[in-house]
Design a protein around this ligand. Sequence first.
Ligand code: PHE
Length: 472
Amino acid sequence: MVAASGSSRDGWSSRSAFILAAVGSAVGLGNMWRFPAEAGANGGGAFVLFYIFCVLLIGLPILLSETLIGRYGQASAPESVRKVAEDSGKSKHWDILASFGVLGAFLVLSFYCVVGGWVLYYIGVFAQDLLATGITGGAFEGRPSGDIEALLPDLFGNAGLMVGLHVLFIAITFYFVARGVSSGIEWVATWLMPAFFALFLAITIYGAFTGAFSEAVSYLFTFDASKLTGAVMLAAVGQAFFSLSLGVAGMMTYGAYVGRNVNLAGTSGIIAGADTAVALLAGLCIFPIVFAAGLEPNGGPGLMFQTLPIGFQSMPVGSLVGLLFFVMVFFAALTSSVSLMEAPTAWLKGKANLARPAATLIVTIAALLLGILAALSFNTMADFQPFGFIPLFEGQGMFDVLDTVTSKILMPIGAILTALFVGWIAERRLIDAENGLTGGLEKFWLFLVRWLCPLALIIILIVGIFPSILGE
Ligand code: PHE
């Protein structure tokens, strides 16, 4: 099939465009919002250090595997896997691994845009505050910090607003994906990612000089082996995949748009390094404020939306910093949501032979509807807990179910299959030509994808999902 090599073949215009887009996909709400929340909920240091271990020894080799499959296939994720399989003389049904991935990306997209909607709301609130109180004062100057904390529960309680914001965020994502790879997705990444990094650096440096910095450092980096339970390990590996956009066909899809001259191993290192640095810095930005304010670090979705803004209250130009912070998070979220939408869009476009805007529209409407269920699980549908009878999903509404299913089940399974596929199924000749590695490093990478990644992931899945096996 030559579907991918038609006149309208998609592609990045340069190596740096690919790096920006892939870093844009990786860096997002996963770093700024989900990482601190998960670190707090899973006890800090043990989680964080295991997370770093997962990024280096599991995430990075899988990231290279995914981009490599994409570039070899030059098509949607399932088509690329099929091409690698067929050219290796193996069953084309291996494409199931990417089909699951496409489904996973779609599921993440649906609840990701709900959180994207919260970010839009905060931009509105902080912009209003800036206009009302002027640039010199702190955010919500002269008002109790309870007013800031109340923003999130108030939003959650307003079903109509939650749905409206979700629709707005997904509509913005639709606009850029429908425009295509180089004029839409690449445009977002090349303008918004540098803006993100500039703002992020300024806010982190500022944060390092205020707040309880050393307490935060010891909370995040002190390893206490007794806290490393099966559940914490599964949470950490899930966070590593979520943050690196792995196991859901996203990086395979982006890899398909990369030119032959790009060294995939080197760029994978840059992507993983940038992503991890942003997550750790986000932690170092948020936790000092938590401790300085005498709050509990036990995580949950409120850290970025409630605790951090309290820090903006005591800053001299806090309302401006608050506004800039949420604008920056919006940029990061948008460059990720476009990649989440691109994976199912590329698949549908190839599968049904549709024009890009039509394929994008269908994906958008489907994710929009599912996302509405996720948005309503914070209010009118809070009691709808369809999988509550399974311990892993205990007490979870639709939003949490979608998050758990993707990060703790689909992403690890997608990664196991990818590792097995690249390590054992695909022909070496073909892999060697794509991976950009030589000598000992190449052997080490092969060892990781053949042995360490699948085995470690299988063990983590087992001890994480069935903690009772360990008697926890
Ligand atoms: N990595 C993105 C983030 O951290 C989320 C994402 C997951 C994007 C999977 C694409 C695929 O926000």
